[in-house]
Write a protein that binds this ligand. Structure first.
Ligand code: KG4
Ligand code: ZN
Length: 335
């Protein structure tokens, strides 16, 4: 079964053709990063405009790359939630138009479900049940995945997402957007013990995260060093900070894995590309006997191949939409 998938939830305009949920026939991503760099973050209005300009070319290129036309396809899939509302609407309306014009069924896909599904492409033998940590610019969720379309959120951030907390500190250190990625590039070999940060816990909720205190502690250290004219070692500071974020993510995920008896751990989302996080999970999985799955780096960040993968399982579960489908800025993964 071949599905054309479209993703426009944030600042990547993406389209892909995926066969049977696991084989990527084409995967095209038009990034807008260059447009947003001067603002230090994504400007929603600009993102929507760029999606409108790019989407038809990106979809055509994905179809050509897969050597397909619409008669070869079985469905059209699109990310409809969560994300920037104006950005999501571009993809949703384009997909609805294609579905109406071709008569192909329309499959709505939840963005976090698709991030998890990136692992079905990366690891063709991976099957639920497993425990997943989804960490991106907007989300930090510990999710039990009992089946391809059956999810339960066990823990989540109470304030900033891990990616957001990294992006803001990276910006204060003078690194360009996207901060988390650039901090990882600049600091992955720094001394992670050089600077000390708190390890925040959320009282009464052992799987939830809180990154805003950690972020504020880091920003205070940067500001106070500036005021005193002291130099901060970018490499060591960034490494120490990424280690602190990683410790929080690893600790809570392992607690949930132990409590709920999961031996398979699956990382997903843009922040799962982080070298500290990957090394931290690799070390603990080896020491404690967990089977660890992570997407290859290009599949960690937003792309449409992951949407096409999840869409295959949504199709099999009969989860279709009609032309009243709307975009939604926030919604739970449980659906
Ligand atoms: O999943 P994603 O592409 O978009 C959202 O759904 O938000 O994630 C983007 C986030 C950004 O915060 C970016 O800084 C972060 O992922 N990111 C990283 C790395 N690569 C991307 N954070 C830390 N280390 C990385 N290597
Ligand atoms: Zn994402």
């Amino acid at each position: 079964m071949k599905i054309l998938a479209i993703e426009t939830s944030c600042d990547e305009t993406a389209a892909a053709v995926v066969e049977d949920g696991r084989t990527v026939l084409s995967n095209i991503v038009a990034s807008q990063v260059e447009e947003h760099i001067i603002y230090g973050g994504v400007v929603p209005e600009i993102a929507s405009r760029r999606h409108i300009e790019a989407i038809s070319g990106v979809v055509d290129t994905a179809l050509k790359g897969a050597e397909c036309d619409f008669s070869d396809l079985d469905a059209i899939a699109v990310t409809h939630t969560p994300g920037l509302i104006g950005a999501l609407l571009v993809g949703v309306n384009y997909a609805k138009g294609l579905s109406y014009a071709t008569g192909l069924p329309l499959i709505p896909v939840h963005h976090l479900r698709s991030h998890i599904a990136a692992n079905y492409i990366a690891h063709p033998k991976l099957e639920p049940p497993f425990l997943s940590l989804v960490v991106s610019g907007g989300h930090s969720h510990i999710i039990r995945v009992d089946d391809y379309t059956c999810f339960e959120t066990l823990g989540r951030t109470r304030d900033d997402a891990a990616g957001e907390a990294m992006d803001k500190v990276a910006r204060a250190l003078g690194l360009p957007y996207p901060g988390g990625l650039n901090m990882d590039r600049a600091c992955s070999h720094g001394n992670a013990g050089a600077y000390k940060f708190p390890y925040p816990r959320v009282e009464g909720s052992e799987y939830d995260f809180s990154f805003s205190g950690l972020k504020t502690a880091a920003l205070n250290q940067i500001n106070s060093a500036k005021q005193k004219g002291e130099e901060i070692s970018l490499e060591d500071f960034g490494a120490s900070y990424m280690k602190s974020v990683t410790v929080c993510l690893v600790d809570n995920t392992l607690r949930a894995a132990r409590d709920f008896g999961f031996k398979k751990l699956v990382l997903a989302g843009g922040v799962s590309a982080n070298s500290h996080l990957r090394r931290g999970f690799e070390a603990i999985s080896q020491a404690e006997g967990y089977e660890l799955f992570m997407p290859q780096l290009p599949l960690c960040c937003d792309n449409a191949a992951m949407v096409g993968s999840q869409a295959f399982y949504e199709y099999k579960a009969g989860n279709f939409a009609d032309l009243t489908l709307n975009a939604c800025a926030t919604s739970a993964i449980e659906g």
